[in-house]
Design a protein around this ligand. Structure first.
Ligand SMILES: *[C@@H]1O[C@H](CO)[C@@H](O)[C@H](O)[C@H]1NC(C)=O
Ligand SMILES: *[C@@H]1O[C@H](CO)[C@@H](O)[C@H](O)[C@H]1NC(C)=O
Ligand SMILES: *[C@@H]1O[C@H](CO)[C@@H](O)[C@H](O)[C@H]1NC(C)=O
Ligand SMILES: *[C@@H]1O[C@H](CO)[C@@H](O)[C@H](O)[C@H]1NC(C)=O
Ligand SMILES: *[C@@H]1O[C@H](CO)[C@@H](O)[C@H](O)[C@H]1NC(C)=O
Ligand SMILES: *[C@@H]1O[C@H](CO)[C@@H](O)[C@H](O)[C@H]1NC(C)=O
Ligand SMILES: *[C@@H]1O[C@H](CO)[C@@H](O)[C@H](O)[C@H]1NC(C)=O
Length: 891
């Protein structure tokens, strides 16, 4: 597949440079690049009403015309990401906000909360439980809104003389505006993008430099839980004023084979000094050791280059090198994710002025309209999921271990791909997907000019679509895990014909200026093949339409668009474009809850007489019930198997997430996950595992078998397994041996009549007995049991142990319907950061140490105190039950 566009925008572009001012020392020194964490010791305060009279821009929804609009001073922060020099912004005179007390060094913030970043001000709650609260179910019923101020002192030493000092924010939700020593430095409105500001002109020697960051979260900013605050890492980068520009390297590979690969490197060099300088560039490539994550021996060096970079200019240098017998990056488990690092040294005046590392991978991608995706020449079925950015009970505050746990459980599922729905992720998440071998669809926008909520991205799309899109791609383009860029999700413009297609074309073109090597896509849920909209992107990404929307009988009573399965007509209309499904299923369920009767259909919309209970806010985990536009996994699998040119799917969703609690908006979190919000597996996990890991010996029976009220009643038993045949036994009596029919994906024993005892399944694959599963009627809850995912954790104040509580009976059997009220406590150098149970309708705040078990389970998330040593003891108690204790070691 060929892509339009070039990366001309990267090359030789001179930009209006902010902060082209010698710093306060006026001396030039050179000690290379330093990147320091700025996460600790901030003072934080939030107000639900505007406390300072400032606003990024006037908002038509609130008409607060008396506020001071700062947009003209913020827009110049976008200048490095605007290609047309005529369009870059000049900063107006003046220093708005300079007189607000919160930006002054003299302001006493000792009464403010002390926080370490990443920080999400909303996650501790409490949840809004009233009807029609300011933040409703869609955004998770948590207090995300308001103005937040963060303050911190910076110190500058003599070693900083002559260097440029940058503030780098990986993500701040939202409308960030930054002051240093009372001077407005700049800002970045979009809460999901990373940004950098040059602090140099405003710094002075000593340790009383006052940094102040203001965030503003409008109440209707999103369709899901956005979090609030500086929820990702923040860095201070110090570098010579002759430097590798921000996100200034781009590594790509071509002519890739097991024998050799050509690696292309572009380095953008920026000279912020007063005089032109001669530079010499050397870059060495090392393989990363997969075990240690550290660079191994040097593999190859790029030829040395020289160039002259004029004062105030950027200059791009291109180089290529051939690597013999390259270690390729490929998706787990079919391939392995080998990584390299290119270390670029910038020499000037006889010294190294900057050292810049770029991690990358070597792989080839083919997006074939008939065969699907080929990675390094091998067909890979895309077995993907959508993931939102929150980390459950930890909220939006990014944590590497929590994200890694999500990915580990997804690997156990057999998942090999993630769609970052619907916004740029934390950079560390992409480091994890690189290392663990996930394919990634990296996505930036949920709305363009047309709104989905009052205060979503449409408010700033006209000014920010270009800088946001360019910044997104420049930050992420060296990650080998990213295979495609999505520049929109279900935008209203898909139905506006010429207007929408023109915006799409502009975004697509910008994307290919920044990265000509990867395809563009945009997710379509209602446009038809005959519209102009799908003509623009390189790949066709369908949401729900592939399997058909409301096209079967059980959905006939639903309102909304109705489409027949669209794979064939899209394939016919776009024979040159690969098709995949960027959102499939939207199957809904609450873990371990079963509602009767069970539909005979393979897929049905949930309602109070079919799979749902709106009072308890539960959806039956027979995994047949869906959002009213959705499909069960079974229906999706059949549509894929009937249309084998489809490259695969991204299920909506891998994990549950906060907000969007369809179908019950009085709840707090989603029902769509294969895995619940606490990280516990729903029954659906085993249905996907049976398809995605067909050789993994597994059979899974549902429901549980504790139904004292159902004696003598029909209680269907379903078995998820990759076996071809299954025989079910109830208390030793066969309930029949069934063969899996073509285009069916589960064994249904729909006539089983309940009696207490044992349900047992024996499965067969190609005629041979394969694997069995048993579910028993248990005794009453008698004791608790605690199980840690890791019993030793690092004492770095970040690492976590996820401790699962199980309610068991007197024989030690897991009681799958237990709901006992649990109290957690902890002793030693650790804390329980949050608890959960995966119930979307549990409105107890996440930090609470009191938590009801839900379907037998609860979770405590434990963090060690930084620098702590020794043992942490976690205790769980419940009235009338034997308690449990667990010890964790800090190291
Ligand atoms: C804002 O002003 C417009 C026009 O004057 C008016 O129609 C609208 O109701 C106002 N909105 C609010 C929230 O006050
Ligand atoms: C650098 O490489 C890009 C992409 O391969 C190419 O389009 C461009 O012309 C090259 N620029 C220079 C200065 O060689
Ligand atoms: C989007 O904007 C239109 C026009 O201003 C308005 O009528 C509609 O209510 C808005 N929709 C949402 C979901 O905010
Ligand atoms: C969309 O635009 C195309 C090209 O301008 C035009 O031929 C077509 O009729 C339009 N379709 C609709 C539904 O308006
Ligand atoms: C509930 O869904 C079923 C189909 O599964 C449908 O027959 C029934 O009419 C629906 N009930 C309501 C109240 O919408
Ligand atoms: C679906 O059917 C039920 C009765 O079964 C009816 O009350 C309801 O209005 C129908 N809903 C729609 C959207 O047609
Ligand atoms: C929901 O469950 C409760 C408790 O079991 C029950 O009383 C109620 O009738 C159920 N509601 C529906 C709509 O089934």
């Amino acid at each position: 597949m060929k892509f339009r566009g070039s990366n001309a925008a990267l090359l030789g572009v001179s930009c209006l440079l902010q902060g082209k001012v010698a710093n306060a020392y006026g001396i030039r020194g050179s000690t290379g690049r330093e990147r320091l964490s700025l996460n600790d010791g901030w003072h934080f305060w939030r107000s639900e009403t505007n406390p300072d009279g400032l606003i990024y821009d006037y908002r038509p929804e609130t008409n607060e015309t008396d506020l001071q609009v700062l947009k003209p001073w913020i827009l110049p922060s976008a200048n490095s990401f605007i290609s047309n020099l005529a369009d870059v912004y000049q900063r107006p005179p003046g220093n708005p906000g300079g007189d607000v007390s919160y930006v002054q060094g003299s302001f006493d913030d000792s009464a403010w909360e002390t926080v370490n970043l990443p920080h999400d001000w909303a996650i501790k709650g409490p949840f809004y439980t009233e009807e029609d609260p300011i933040i409703g179910g869609g955004m998770g019923r948590l207090p995300v809104h308001g103005i937040g101020w963060y303050r911190k002192k910076l110190s500058m030493t003599s070693a900083d003389a002559g260097r440029n000092i940058y503030l780098e924010v990986d993500g701040a939700m939202s409308y960030a505006m930054v002051w240093l020593n009372g001077n407005l430095v700049g800002g970045w409105p979009y809460g999901y993008n990373s940004f950098r500001l040059d602090l140099t002109p405003y710094l002075h020697p000593g340790d009383d430099n006052q940094l102040a960051i203001r965030l503003d979260n409008p109440p209707d900013s999103a369709r899901w839980y956005p979090g609030g605050g500086i929820y990702r890492n923040v860095w201070l980068t110090k570098v010579d004023n002759l430097q590798v520009a921000q996100w200034g390297t781009f590594v790509s590979s071509r002519e890739v084979s097991a024998e050799s690969a050509i690696v292309d490197l572009t380095v953008q060099i920026e000279n912020l000094g007063d005089t032109g300088r001669q530079i010499e560039l050397t870059t060495g490539v090392h393989l990363i050791d997969a075990t240690t994550g550290q660079p191994g021996a040097e593999v190859v060096t790029f030829p040395q280059m020289t160039a002259t970079v004029e004062s105030g200019q950027k200059q791009a240098v291109n180089q290529s090198v051939t690597i013999e017998n390259p270690m390729l990056w490929g998706p787990w488990p079919a391939q392995s994710p080998a990584l390299y690092v290119a270390t670029t040294n910038l020499h000037a005046d006889g010294m190294v002025v900057d050292t810049y590392e770029t991690r990358f991978g070597i792989r080839s991608l083919i997006f074939d309209p008939d065969q699907g995706l080929l990675v390094n020449g091998e067909h890979i079925s895309v077995q993907g999921v959508n993931q939102h950015h929150d980390l459950g009970a930890l909220g939006a505050a990014f944590n590497v271990r929590a994200a890694q746990r999500q990915l580990e459980i997804l690997q156990e599922l057999g998942c090999n791909a993630i769609r970052m729905s619907h916004n740029p992720p934390a950079p560390e998440l992409l480091e994890l997907t690189d290392q663990m071998g996930f394919l990634v669809m990296d996505e930036i926008f949920d709305s363009w000019e047309l709104n989905k909520t009052d205060s979503d991205f449409h408010l700033i799309f006209p000014d920010w679509h270009e800088p946001d899109l360019r910044a997104f791609i420049r930050r992420d383009r060296n990650h080998p895990s990213i295979i495609a860029w999505s520049y929109g999700n279900e935008v209203g413009e898909q139905n506006t014909n010429e207007t929408g297609a023109a915006i799409s074309q502009r975004l697509h073109d910008i994307l290919h200026e920044e990265d000509p090597t990867r395809p563009s896509t945009v997710s379509i849920n209602s446009a038809l093949p005959s519209y102009l909209f799908p003509r623009v992107p390189d790949l066709i990404s369908l949401n729900y339409q592939g399997a058909g929307i409301r096209n079967t009988n059980p959905y006939s009573n639903q309102t909304g668009i109705r489409t027949m399965p669209m794979y064939p007509s899209y394939h016919e209309t776009f024979p040159d474009k690969m098709i995949w499904t960027s959102e499939s299923a939207s199957t809904l369920s609450t873990r371990g809850t079963y509602i009767f009767p069970v539909t005979d259909d393979i897929s049905a919309p949930v309602n109070d007489t079919s799979g749902g209970n709106s009072t308890l806010e539960q959806v039956s985990a027979y995994e047949l019930y869906t959002a009213n536009f959705g499909s069960s996994p079974d229906k999706v699998f059949a549509s894929q198997d009937s249309n084998p040119y489809v490259a695969g799917e991204f299920v909506w969703t891998g994990w549950d997430y906060i907000g969007e609690p369809t179908p019950y908006y009085s709840a707090r979190s989603s029902y769509s996950g294969i895995i619940d919000l606490a990280g516990f597996k729903k029954d659906r996990f085993y249905l996907y595992q049976s398809r995605w890991r067909p050789d993994f010996p597994m059979a899974h029976i549902l429901p549980h078998w504790n139904w004292p009220d159902r004696v003598g009643q029909v209680t269907p038993v379903h078995v998820f397994s990759a076996a071809d045949e299954a025989e079910l036994f109830l208390n030793g009596r066969s309930q029949g041996r069934k063969t899996k029919e073509a285009l069916t994906y589960r064994f249904r024993f729909d006539d089983v009549v309940y009696e207490a005892g044992e349900v047992h399944v024996v499965t067969y694959k190609t005629g041979q007995q394969w694997v069995t599963d048993t579910v028993r009627t248990t005794g009453a809850p008698a004791q608790l049991q605690l199980i840690a995912d890791r019993s030793t954790i690092a004492a770095d104040g970040l690492d976590l142990s996820f401790v699962t509580l199980e309610v068991i009976d007197d024989k030690g059997e897991f009681v799958r319907d237990a709901t006992n009220a649990i109290t957690f406590s902890i002793e030693g150098p650790g804390e329980i950061v949050a608890t959960d149970n995966g119930d979307p309708a549990d409105m107890v705040s996440f930090p609470s140490l009191e938590r009801n078990a839900y379907s037998g389970l609860a979770l405590a998330i434990v963090r060690g105190v930084r620098g702590g040593t020794g043992t942490v003891t976690i205790t769980a108690t419940a009235e009338g039950l034997a308690g449990a204790q667990l010890k964790l070691e800090l190291q």
